[in-house]
Write a protein that binds this ligand. Structure first.
Ligand code: HEM
Length: 534
């Protein structure tokens, strides 16, 4: 017995002695290969150890660095690299290269460093997970954004926009006011009612706890990214910022726990009344005593699986392919990913429209034709489809102000680029910025001019598909992109139909470079009631 154990031990030691040098050789070979490919990428000269960290100022942090990279380095080097201390970041902004890289299914993961930073506020949802876990969640959630289901949401978008238009009437006197928070509560209502299936009246009776918790979460992500020290996990966990982020995540999870309970209660009572109806019908048919069986099963839902709203799809899979905690985190992720981005886009659409009255007038002419033909000013899936010019306004807004202005991926394989003879090595962290690409004069002449005609069908057809990427591209592109476009078209059409938007001449947006590009001085506009509205 003893000799068997000894032999087992010796065997293990021997195999370790053989495999360790092999692993070491493989590691060194991969590292040399990575370095060889990486060194071919041009970039600003890097200093030893600190690299390019101090090229943008004496107190660099990830966000000031990103601003410098996006506005300066990426313009000079369409395929380049910078050194953030020991960390190499590859930069791609040439449209063919971006396409080649993003369309490769092996280049879809978000780097661990970024995913971990976001996990503090978002938990482990689609935005922060990778690999098989991501595939499993993605498969469950994708049907909730099916075109046919989105169409049914439009009634809700229309109703919530009506409340918004009504709220705006208080300000339609030509004086400047801040519309930022109002767009946020509007979008929260829309997301909660459509994706979580619960009544929400944030516009009329805001839940201040919820708004504060969201604002803390957003602030703390930015705060972390602004301080180099807080990027170290152990320090962040002990810092007051880390503790606040943790609290906000806890609040979010508790909130979504209650949401799940409420939704289950709704489904249960729906199921009960459905069974009651069925039994009564059977009773009528057969004259038997009704047999009503109350059910705890949330799966009893009249919708077909492929058209379930988000929360029902998650409830169906809970405990099977997804854990309870993951359901909470996905709800949280989708609520946050869907509300902030779209609210920013609404704000900037108003800003650009205020500065371009001729664009508003042209859109109102289009709306008049559509509403006249429909005999109603209600926005429906059909009328939205006919709003071509409003669609062009939405796209031009997202071009000039993409709310998510950069995203980062990890290369899973060596990826040869097409515009040069460079190869992005496997393991590389790659940064892509719609902001840089959308103001490239080669792709968009006079790039700072707001001109929706750029997105006419003829002009769009002439453009490279990766020249317009506000929602990303490839497998990890934005899950809610079609949903967002429908919301934006509904809200914009409703507002310009009812009001003329005017600029506040004393206001310029002060951009806050966070994870999304919001302003830190609100969004000030003026409104006047439009006489064309009915
Ligand atoms: C104007 C509005 C929006 C913009 C500009 C936007 C933009 C983006 C971008 C750039 C990404 C990352 C793509 C990448 O890494 O390649 C993303 C991811 C995502 N977005 Fe959006 N988004 C918007 C609205 C929404 C809405 C309304 C929802 C849901 C209700 C949503 C849910 C998501 C999710 C879940 C992801 C992660 C996808 C994944 O990794 O699989 N977004 N979005």
């Amino acid at each position: 017995m003893f000799s068997m154990q000894l032999w087992f031990l010796v065997e293990n030691i021997l195999s370790l002695l053989v495999s360790l040098p092999q692993a070491l050789v493989a590691f060194v070979r991969d590292w040399l290969h990575f370095r060889e490919l990486a060194n071919r990428f041009p970039g600003p000269p890097a200093r030893p150890i600190v690299g390019n960290l101090f090229d943008c100022g004496l107190y660099p942090n990830p966000l000031t660095l990103i601003k410098w990279i996006i506005e300066d380095v990426m313009v000079r080097y369409p395929a380049g690299q910078i050194m953030m201390g020991p960390l190499r970041v590859f930069l791609l902004s040439e449209e063919n290269d971006v396409q080649t890289f993003l369309m490769n299914s092996k280049n879809q993961s978000r780097p661990k460093l970024l995913a971990d930073a976001l996990t503090y506020c978002l938990g482990r949802g689609l935005v922060t997970i990778n690999g098989k876990e991501w595939s499993r969640h993605h498969k469950i959630i994708t049907p909730s954004f099916h075109q046919n289901l989105l169409k049914t949401y439009v009634t809700m978008f229309d109703r919530k926009s009506d409340v918004f238009v009504e709220k705006l009437s208080e300000y339609a006197n030509g004086s400047a006011f801040d519309v930022q928070i109002m767009t946020e509560t509007l979008q929260l209502d829309i997301v909660i009612e459509t994706l979580l299936g619960l009544p929400s009246n944030q516009q009329t009776t805001p839940d201040h706890d919820m708004l504060e918790c969201i604002s803390i979460g957003q602030k703390e992500i930015s705060h972390r990214l602004r301080s180099p020290l807080l990027c170290i996990d152990a320090i962040y966990q002990l810092s007051s910022s880390g503790r606040k982020a943790k609290e906000s995540l806890k609040w979010g999870r508790n909130f979504h726990n209650k949401v799940l309970e409420q939704r289950q209660a709704i489904l249960r009572s729906k199921a009960e009344s459905l069974m009651m109806k069925k039994s009564l019908k059977k009773d009528e048919d057969t004259s038997e005593t009704p047999n009503i069986v109350p059910t705890d099963d949330p799966n009893v839902n009249s919708n077909k699986k492929e058209f379930n709203i988000l929360i029902d799809a998650l409830l169906q899979e809970r405990g099977r392919s997804i854990s309870h905690e993951s359901v909470l985190d996905e709800n949280l992720t989708l609520t946050l990913a869907g509300f902030d981005t779209t609210a920013i886009a609404i704000q900037f659409a108003f800003y650009f429209l205020a500065k371009n009255p001729h664009v508003q007038e042209k859109a109102v002419r289009e709306l008049r034709d559509i509403f006249d033909a429909a005999g109603s000013t209600e926005v429906t899936a059909k009328t939205l489809q006919r709003m071509q010019y409003v669609d062009m306004i939405v796209k031009e807004t997202l071009r000039l102000h993409p709310p998510v202005f950069f995203y980062v991926k990890e290369a899973g394989v060596d990826t040869p680029l097409v515009s040069n003879n460079l190869v992005v090595p496997a393991g590389a962290i790659v940064l892509i910025s719609p902001r840089t690409m959308h103001i490239n004069p080669k792709l968009y002449p006079d790039p700072h001019v707001f001109d929706p005609e750029r997105f006419s069908p003829e002009n769009s057809a002439k453009r490279h598909p990766s020249a317009f990427i506000p929602f990303g591209a490839g497998m990890r592109a934005c899950m809610g992109r079609k949903y967002a476009i429908l919301v934006l078209k509904t809200v914009i059409s409703k507002v310009i139909w009812n009001y003329r938007i005017l600029p506040d001449e004393t206001y310029e947006p002060n951009l806050h470079w966070g994870i999304t590009m919001v302003t830190d001085n609100g969004m000030r506009i003026k409104l006047l009631k439009r006489s064309t509205s009915r």
